[in-house]
Design a protein around this ligand. Sequence first.
Ligand code: SAH
Length: 213
Amino acid sequence: MRDTAKHQGLRNQLITVLKEKGITDVAVLDAIQKIPRHLFLNSSFEDYAYQDKAFPIGAGQTISQPYTVAFQSQLLEVQKDHKVLEIGTGSGYQTAVLCGIGAKVYTIERQNELFKSTSLLLPKLGIRPKYISFGDGYKGLPNYAPFDSIIVTAGAPFIPKPLMAQLKVGGRLVIPLGEDHQIMTLLIRKNETQFEKHEFGEFRFVPLLENKN
Ligand code: SAH
């Protein structure tokens, strides 16, 4: 597995594209600039890894488009040492970006094949989330709650109640909502019972599926 000057050059071009599309968060851009996205993809996609596109990662799933990763990460307003819960580990690329920003990342994947391959890949790349869990993201991780922020990386038909309950007061939940296409939605927890809702543009994700374990 190699990361070369050529890859770094392509990443620099990707950063320019993301800035043109409106990404401004320096910590997010810095993380994307240093994470070798091509190593999260099957080698046959290596030449395309720094295009702003989603790609298949096996088990019928996709690695999110860099713009989507950047947009969701920016909405989270992650600070160093924040506890962040991610639903849908997938390739581990979004996990790596959050770790790159300095977050303590807890992530859940329901596909066993992806859970196993990503659990092996991340430490090889020197990326160490706090916890990678094989299970159902609809339930969150009650034993590790509360979280400063929660990111869902699959299209959800509704906002799972357990995720709202596991968010700190002042915390942010970023979730693409909808079945066929999704509206990027940000919930900010105002107090024990109240959440403020903000909606952003339309995105397309693979579905957040009910657990089959
Ligand atoms: N963050 C990933 C995106 C992967 S696509 C990346 O950067 O590559 C979404 C992922 O969510 C898939 O891997 C899918 O298996 C997973 N997923 C779908 N429903 C889930 C659920 N209920 N719990 C946990 N993971 C789920």
